[in-house]
Ligand binder design. Sequence first.
Ligand code: FAD
Length: 449
Amino acid sequence: RCFCKLSGEVDDCSCKVETLDSLNNNQIYPRLKSLLARNYFRYFKVNLKKQCPFWSDDSRCALKDCHVDICQKDEVPIKTEKQPDNESNNQHEKNKYTMESNKGEQGGGDCTEERQLSALDTTISDEKKAEFQSWREHDESLPMFCEVDDEHSNDLEYVDLLLNPERYTGYKGLSPRRIWRSIYEENCFKPEKSVGYGPEPITEADNYDSATSSSAAFLEAMCLEKRVFYRLISGLHTSINIHLCDQYLFPAKNGFGPGTWGHNLKEFQRRFDPEKTDDHGPQRLKNLYFTYLVELRALSKAVPYLEEEVFYTGDAQEDADLKEGVKDFLAIVKNFPDHFDESQLFKVNSQEMLQLKSEFVHHFRNISRIMDCVGCDKCKLWGKLQVLGMGTALKVLFSGDSMAGDSTVNASLKSDFQLTRTEIVALFNAFGRLSSSIHALETFRALAR
Ligand code: FAD
């Protein structure tokens, strides 16, 4: 048996790894793969030129495989703006109106998706404007897990995700180590009482190892909320590293030529084999399942919202087909019985818990800003997308509870959330990455036999 054949319950959840393998590989993965190839999901709007807010000396890497092909405006076959139905009484549609308000003509086309209220069409009544205003205030009162790219920046561009797959790029050494170090050491939580963990000196020495902070004792010394934070990040890290092993560039045999892409079992074993990782590998693989469960639960909570979504691209037939495909996918998500239970988090009503909630959000938002410091554009693209997807999942999971923390917001409004197209694309693609990683474990199991 390969070490990557995990079994038993996913930590901090009541769901078995085997259940998730079966759900994912037989039902979720094939459906998502075909959904994510559709135009609505394959074009992601992102700013890859944003300055790193934390350090200034990280030059962008020149590795060929880090390059991202940007779409020219006329190459993006989707329209992002929709003429709203003025008669619509649907809350979801009304809010989309504020976010994607038209310029007076159908499919305005200049890619500015989320408009300001001030730009609303003058034919909208004062009553409606007041309603939109209250939704806007509501949205702004929700916890902001991610720092989103400025919608008005000229550096915002569309990327075709299918043409720029997440895979091995050769990005290694000090730059990614500094990113991971900063994420784990400065933004993940630590237990109150020391369990033999001492912060490493903040130097660029290439001796960083987050192994101590993933030890069972370290995790057990923390409360559930802090463990959840760590497991989410570790699961994401696992997923990124599985992809680079799954689509690895082997150099050409004679040292010349483009090399060949394939699965690299040795690299996978180096990263996840218990013998080669001081026993940490399987735990890190399990964290992938944990992260998967959390995002699956967010999708399930968002089902009523997503069932109302138009998935607008400007092509009526395409939109109708996609809506059917999403419905079929959501039916599986909805019917899955062993979901992650987010109500177990932030349960206690205390000042300390409020403080912890706010730190949880703040730390996560910091991680979204760290993504602008990734030195390889391809890694940055997928890092930003996956952190935004995870942040969107957290926003869905924690909107509608007291995490909004603002008693002035009407209680009925608090039980809802709104998503932009970019957030929906990120949520589905981020979950798609986790799904593809779990699927790839099958490949490595077969190779190791
Ligand atoms: P790293 O993966 O850099 O890990 C650093 C330390 O973290 C390890 O020594 C270990 O102690 C600990 N660690 C490792 N995995 C986990 C885990 N799952 N949970 C907890 N702790 C862990 N490279 C590519 O080729 N393609 C990509 O698309 C890509 N995307 C990236 C995206 C981001 C945001 C970042 C920061 C890096 C990305 N990389 C990518 C680089 C890749 O993740 C590794 O950093 C790189 O391959 C060097 O690996 P390493 O062996 O030094 O260990």
